[in-house]
Design a protein around this ligand. Sequence first.
Ligand code: AMP
Length: 218
Amino acid sequence: MRLVLLGPPGAGKGTQASIIAQRYEVSHISTGDMLREQVKKKTKLGQEAASFMNAGQLVPDKVILDMVRNRLKRKDSEKGFLFDGFPRTVPQAESLNAMLEKAGKPLDAVILLDVKDDFLVNRLTLRRNCPECGSIYHMESKPGRVPGYCDNDGAALVQREDDNEKVVRQRLQVYHEQTAPLVDFYRKTGQLSEVDASQEVARISLTVDRLLEKKAKK
Ligand code: AMP
């Protein structure tokens, strides 16, 4: 199964991607996670990317496409993959199509997790992450058994640098300008399925699951 999860920041792409990747045994490829890893390691790429990320802007297409091309060469992507946060521009989507066509492995589905902006500002500014295992929390709806600490490994939760309100609003604007055109792009190819992502995690997951089962049967 080869999938793309599309949607604004905070729509729940990361959460749903982890669930789908486990259930269908495909590689979860998050360009945001890959970039944050580079930032943490203080590599040249990471230092370049951080200035874009902290300003709520997109990292240039070429940087992202080189990273994805290399990632797809890894053996674990042969069993299938799920892109989370990629593609984010029409040129990225076109390059991805070209890459996959060349390999004779087109996408099976693109799932749009759709939510209104007001909802997202709350979700993102109250979001917290485990620095050890990457699990995602929310200070009101999912604070952890001991609030502020990860249920899996006890690590103190942290807030992503780009989850403050000013940067969140900028990221949403960038989404509408540069990423939302992908909705039409994939609608035209007949690959798009839309899911209401303002519902709770389990319900979204169920809807996505039914959708993927239908696709698998085709
Ligand atoms: P995410 O974790 O997907 O919200 O990504 C965090 C930040 O990483 C974004 O706001 C961008 O600055 C950058 N980023 C992640 N994926 C991409 C992409 N496909 N294209 C451009 N920038 C990206």
